[in-house]
Ligand binder design. Sequence first.
Ligand code: TMP
Ligand code: ZN
Length: 448
Amino acid sequence: MRDVVWAVDGCRVCGRDDWLDVISFGSVPLANGFLDPADRDREEPTFPLDVVACRGCWLMGLRHVVDPEVLFSHYVYVSSDSDLMRRHMRHIVELCVDRAGLAAGDLVVELGSNVGTQLGMFADAGMRVTGVDPARNLVEVANERGIDSIPDFFGPEVAGAIARENGPARLVLGRQCFAHIPDVHNILKGVDAVLAPDGVLAIEVPYLVDLFDRNEFDTIYHEHASYYSVGTLNHLFAAHGLRVVDVERVAVHGGSIVVFAARDAAPRNPAARDTAARDTAARDTAARDAAPRLPRPVVAELLAMEERCGLTSERAYLEFAERTRRVITAVGDLVRRLVADGRRVAGYGAPSKGTTLLQFCGLSHRELEFCSDTTTLKHGKLLPGTRIPVYSPEQARRNPPDYYVLLAWNYAEEIIRKERPYLEQGGRFIVPLPEPHIVSAESAGEYI
Ligand code: TMP
Ligand code: ZN
C-alpha cells in the first residue's frame, strides 16, 4: 500500500534541504474530515502538522505531505456563495480582463475550479471556459451547471489536451488552490502546455505577510501545504520562464494576493502600455497590446516590504511562532474560564480553520455546545477531532449561546451585521484573532 503521508526532502520550490523549524502543532486529524454522529467513538487518523521555512527561498510550508488523493478527491469545501465572495469573484473577472487583455471568445482555464462559480462569471462576460478540479463530486455539479469541467489534477497532460481541443488559453487562473498543491512544478509545466505566448497566469493565494500580521495561525492545516510571499512565487515562476508582472492585494481569506505572471519575453509593445497607463479610454482599445510584460512598480515595492518585515530571514517566522503560542493559550483560557463561570459557548461557522483553531486551543465538545454553519453538507456532522456537532443557523437560533467564538472571522463584517439582533439581546462574539477580544452590541461598531 502507498503511504498516505510522507516527509518532504527538499523544498518544493527551490529543492534545497535546509529547514527552519517554525512551529509544531503535533499530530491532528484532517480539518475537513467531518464525522457522522454514528462514528462518534471511532478513532480518527491523525497526521503530523509541523511548520517549516526554507532557508533557500523562504517558502513557509508543512514538513509533511498528505496524499492529495486522500485530501481532494472527495472535497466537501464548496466555494462560498456569500455576498462577499461573489463580489470578490466579480472583481477577479475585472482584474483579469484588464491585466490579461481578455476579449470575448478568449479561452480561460481555471485550476481548482470547484463548482464553477468563478468560471460562470467569465462565461457571462463572453469568454470560453474550461475548469479542472480533482474533486469528482464538485466537477459533476459544475458540468450540470453548464461549466465545462474536467475531473483531474491539473498538469501537463490535461493542459496539453485542453490546448489541443480548445486552443491556447489567454488566461490560466488558479484561485485559492495553489497553496494546496505539493507538486507546484508540475502545475507550472501544465501552465506552459496551455498558456498562449502572450497569455497571463493569475494565481490567488493567501499572503504570508497578512498571515503574520493578523496571526492567522488557524489557516495552517494539512490542505495548505505552502504559505507564499511574492518573493517565493517570483523564485518559483522564474524556474519556468515566467515572471511576476503585477500583484493585487485583496481582502479574501484573511488577506490574499493575486499574482499575475507572463512569459519572460521582451515587451511586445511597451509604448501601448504607457499610453494605457495614462488614458483609461485608450486602455480598452490598447488592452491586448498592453498585456503587461514589464513588472509594474508594485512588484518591487512588495519585495522590498517583505524584506523589511523579516520574511527573508528567520526573524518573521520565529516571531510569528511566539505570538501564535501566546494567542492559543489566551483563547483557550478565555473560553475555559467562561464555561467554568456557567456561560454557554458555541462556534460561529464550522470552517476548516475553526476546527484547526479549536484543536490548537485544546477546546472540544466539552466546552462548545455546537457550531452553527450555513453549509447544508455539514449539518448533523461532528467537527473532526473536537467532535462538536454542527447545527444549522435555524437550529442555533432556537437556543443561542451566551458567547459565539467567531471561527469564520474572515466574514466578521457580514456576520456581525447579520447578527445584530443576537448582540442586542445580550449575545457576544469572541473574535479570536489577531488578539482575542469580545464584541458586544456596544462595541460592534468597529466592525460595521
Ligand atoms: P470559508 O472561510 O472556508 O469560506 O468558510 C466559512 C464557513 O463559514 C463556511 O462553512 C460557511 C460558514 N458561514 C456561516 O456559517 N455563516 C455565515 O454567515 C458565513 C458568511 C459563513
Ligand atoms: Zn526553498
